[in-house]
Ligand binder design. Structure first.
Ligand SMILES: O=C(O)CCC(=O)C(=O)O
Ligand SMILES: [Fe+2]
Length: 203
């Protein structure tokens, strides 16, 4: 049995296939309004391998000059982010354990060779409310550890429809995506993996 760090909850198969399809439709509508863009690492300007967009009143963005932050507008179009689809709010209510509403949903798209290095989600002013993460499409190898870099980590697969909650003691757990397993899902017509993370930004 895999033991997850305290406060880290993995809910396999939270969304059945019809719900996954409905959510993909909602994400397609978001991306049509707020296109995926290539985020840059702070200072170096190195492009990340994932492509990103957001929905909600705030979105997480990063570029060379201004680094990691939340803002109300898409960095390329300058337009406000599209609203959070109702289904995301439903999922949030079901698993977050919070009465607050999320302001931001970061949408990450991983092609076959994309990954995400170990990091903490700590750009929110609210570091108590849980972060809720939803996986769609190809599977990935997810890694999660404790609150300090360099500590012990555990790895497991996230499949389409799985939800991960980083709450309580797990809110600041280091986590990342080591690899994508291409062609492991038929959900997205052109393959790849979508990850949606719901975040409360303001306390
Ligand atoms: O893709 C994932 O499962 C994790 C994404 C993530 O950690 C993030 O966007 O902060
Ligand atoms: Fe994260």
């Amino acid at each position: 049995m895999l033991v997850l760090p305290k406060g880290v909850r993995h809910i396999p198969g939270f969304l059945n296939r019809p719900r996954q399809e409905k959510l993909v439709e909602a994400v397609r509508a978001v991306v049509a309004e707020a296109p995926l863009y290539v985020p840059e690492m702070p200072k170096t300007g190195k492009p990340m391998s994932v492509r990103m967009t957001n929905c909600g009143s705030l979105g997480w963005v990063t570029d060379r000059e201004r680094g990691y932050r939340y803002q109300a507008e898409h960095p390329v179009t300058g337009r406000p982010w599209p609203p959070l689809p109702d289904m995301l709010l439903e999922i949030w209510r079901a698993v977050s354990g919070s009465d607050k509403t999320p302001e931001a949903c970061l949408v990450n798209f991983y092609s076959a060779d994309a990954r995400m290095g170990l990091h903490q989600d700590r750009d929110e002013r609210d570091l108590e409310t849980a972060v809720v993460s939803i996986s769609l499409g190809d599977s990935c190898l997810f890694r999660v550890g404790g609150k300090t870099r360099g500590g012990q980590t555990v790895s497991f697969r996230l499949e389409s429809g799985d939800v991960v909650v980083l709450g309580g003691e797990g809110r600041l757990a280091f986590h990342g995506v080591d690899r994508i397993y291409p062609n492991t899902s038929t959900l997205l017509k052109n393959g790849g993996r979508l990850n949606l993370t719901l975040r409360r930004v303001n306390p």
